[in-house]
Design a protein around this ligand. Structure first.
Ligand SMILES: Cc1cc2nc3c(=O)[nH]c(=O)nc-3n(C[C@H](O)[C@H](O)[C@H](O)COP(=O)(O)OP(=O)(O)OC[C@H]3O[C@@H](n4cnc5c(N)ncnc54)[C@H](O)[C@@H]3O)c2cc1C
Length: 484
């Protein structure tokens, strides 16, 4: 089937979702084309979830500019979109004279970038802030924070959909042709004819760029592995603790999550394989040992899960990592905004980056602003966060609040069913997980996975074999073991 839209956004990660949401401020028909059955299956859901301060990036770079801007916007975005953001600060911990000089250089760069809340603190203050940390002094960035990367991305996307953007999930872009002043985008499912397009395909951005005829980019993968620690440890870590960074790598850090867990990582392993997220046992041990030099509480028995993410870094011929590239090549692909090398701090920077990408189009074409754009995405309070009175009222209003699906994270049937009927039409198990936190607790889905699978069957009227875990190819059940 051939669809006609004014604009297409290729990629539904945090950057594509931010572009779709910001683009839905204009009188345009918008299609978002995403290869996966959900918007947060790749880098955007596989990271440290730190809202960076903006000191770690080269002076004058887009990374620095959008990081500082994104950091400033995060309180407002969190209120409008209803995802959790905690401006808890973070420390970069040092011990030697060389560490001190590097922290002073980092701080000076931060000031030049417009980062705020930076100060050098002594060991006494450091230990008041993070009691058990190993370090003699630190750089404190009090404007840094932590956020929920899943709901940030999902709620940007849902807000875009509420404002009229249409989501085409499981639509992998395979080729792009230019015909009569429009782009003809061929996907595995349908075809799309659009006037403008945004390439926000993350790890796939180089391929899309090649399809547009903008060739020559070299993009390498850098894989970061993580451990997730039990919530028992959350109260012991009030803010992220980093080592002193090098010029290109922030180092293995320990980070509290907004839900009370702690993540340990990432390492940085070069890879060409953007599809393999397994975490080898030796990396798990390496992460534990490295991070224990910073923070001594990391015990094997507290590791409840591992995960990894892969950064798509644009490098030059010599392998030197480059800035974000956001361009319109009028000579080759007019009306196509091309985003390459959107690595860290892409989460922090997503919304200002999206606005900049759209400004490149506005410089060339008249886009009319809509009067009825609504930046607010309504969200319901989680049952786990309600007071006893609120819980009683919720159950009285809807008895499904009285039925717990995930007891580790206290997620109710009412919440799972609301998540199943999400505005994007996502129907995977991880779609429910990322929207509700069911399956994310200490037992890691041991008790609730099958309940969620059955609710998906019941609510959608589908067969057990049609339920998928994360991707279209990840079946949960293959068939019956015995009849009856
Ligand atoms: C280990 C790690 C740690 C990080 N830590 C932080 C941090 O603490 N703070 C921070 O600010 N940033 C951090 N980042 C960076 C941040 O996560 C990324 O910059 C950001 O998520 C990139 O978003 P994206 O939308 O460009 O990419 P993605 O999330 O990868 O989304 C791209 C989407 O495009 C889709 N796609 C690809 N090809 C096609 C195609 N042909 N057709 C249709 N769809 C396609 C993919 O399926 C994917 O959903 C980290 C990243 C990693 C990997």
């Amino acid at each position: 089937m051939l669809h006609f839209f004014d604009a297409a956004v290729i990629g539904g990660g945090v950057v594509g979702s931010a572009i779709a949401r910001e683009l839905s401020r204009y009188e345009l028909s918008i299609a978002v084309l995403e290869e996966n059955p959900d918007v947060v299956c790749e880098a955007s859901g596989r990271n440290s979830a730190v809202v960076h301060g903006g000191f770690a990036y080269d002076r004058g770079s887009l990374k620095a500019r959008f990081c500082v801007e994104g950091n400033r916007m995060m309180d407002e975005l969190s209120t409008q979109l209803g995802f959790r953001f905690i401006r808890c600060g973070k420390v970069l911990v040092g011990n030697t004279d060389e560490d001190l000089r590097q922290l002073e250089r980092t701080m000076a760069q931060g000031f030049d970038n417009g980062a705020t809340g930076l100060e050098l603190i002594d060991g006494k203050r450091l230990h008041e802030l993070v009691p058990a940390v190993n370090g003699s002094f630190a750089m404190l960035s009090s404007s840094s924070g932590i956020m929920d990367p899943f709901l940030f991305t999902i709620n940007l996307a849902e807000n875009a959909a509420e404002n009229g953007a249409r989501y085409f999930l499981s639509h992998k872009v395979i080729s792009i042709a230019r015909k009569d002043g429009r782009y003809l985008i061929h996907t595995a499912e349908d075809d799309f004819s659009v006037r403008w397009l945004f390439n926000a395909a993350g790890k796939g951005a180089k391929d899309i760029s090649d399809m547009l005829g903008i060739t020559g980019y070299r993009v390498i993968g850098s894989k970061g592995n993580y451990l997730v620690l039990d919530k028992r440890l959350g109260p012991l870590l009030p803010m992220p603790v980093y080592p002193v960074p090098s010029n290109t790598y922030m180092g293995i850090h320990v980070t509290p999550t907004v839900d009370g867990n702690v993540t340990v990582g990432p390492d940085a392993i070069n890879t060409d394989d953007f599809g393999y997220y397994g975490v080898p046992a030796d990396r798990m041990e390496y992460l534990r040992e490295s991070a224990s030099t910073l923070w001594p509480h990391i015990d094997r028995k507290d590791v409840i899960r591992t995960f990894s993410g892969i950064l798509a870094k644009w490098v030059d011929d010599k392998g030197v990592i480059q800035d974000f590239r956001i361009e319109v090549r009028d000579d080759i692909a007019p009306g196509a905004v091309n985003l390459i090398g959107i690595e860290s701090p892409g989460l922090t920077a997503a919304v200002p980056m999206a606005r900049y990408a759209i400004s490149l189009l506005r410089d060339r074409f008249d886009l009319e602003e809509r009067k009825d754009f609504d930046p607010v995405h309504a969200t319901a309070k989680r049952f786990a966060e309600m007071t006893s009175e609120e819980k009683a009222a919720a159950i009285a209003g809807d008895s499904r609040y009285g039925s717990l699906v995930c007891s580790c994270e206290e997620v109710t049937e009412a919440e799972v069913i609301r998540a199943i009927h999400n505005p994007l039409g996502v129907h995977t198990m991880t779609g429910i997980k990322y929207r509700t936190r069911a399956m994310m607790g200490g037992c890691q889905a041991g008790f609730c996975q099958m309940k969620i699978e059955q609710l998906l069957e019941k609510e959608l009227g589908i067969a057990p074999e049609d339920v998928r875990y994360l991707r279209d190819s990840s079946w949960v059940l293959a068939g019956k073991m015995r009849e009856g």
